[in-house]
Design a protein around this ligand. Sequence first.
Ligand code: GRF
Length: 203
Amino acid sequence: MGIKIAVLASGRGSNFQSILDGIKEGDIDGKVVLLISDKRDAYALERARQNGIPTQVISRSECSSREEMNLKIKEALDRYSPDLVVLAGYMRIITDEFLIPYRNRIINIHPALLPSFPGLDRQKQAFEYGVKISGCTVHFVDGGCDTGPVIEQACVDIRECKSADEVCKKILPFEHKTMRGVVAKFSKGKYIVEGRKVRYEAD
Ligand code: GRF
């Protein structure tokens, strides 16, 4: 039956789609059991519905604090006991209520080569800084802002890009490939975290 995957997304959900494609095409041995969004109008919700995946909206405005929001996420996840939780363009801070019980099972996709350009607007930061090579990083989530152990990275040459928007467009397909690849490997083995290092053991 493969692994149970839960996905959190705030927006269009193209990274979520890359996971769905990986499942359909047989690269990922598993299924998405739940899609959570903090935004009622996120297109990711529509993608989930089209694929018969249960959805839940947990918005910040309906919670009295960030901690309460994270507790609600944890409770929603607990009902499905996922093996892996993917933050696929989820634009909210994770707190201990959710992080501690799911430690080393939450991964995030970041559109820059960490530790360069953490936080928001990273493609814009990379463009404005004038770097020639950027890319994307899939990492475990810890208590910091994009500081968790790195699982996988891909380099993207952005020297021909004329705007931050072009950088976003150029990096996005690499995000999809890297995210899908990591989830596929996760479904067929395990990532072991040793300090800052992540190593992989196939089943
Ligand atoms: C991606 O660039 C992701 O790296 C960032 O937000 C964007 C989300 O895109 N965190 P999508 O919703 O997966 O299409």
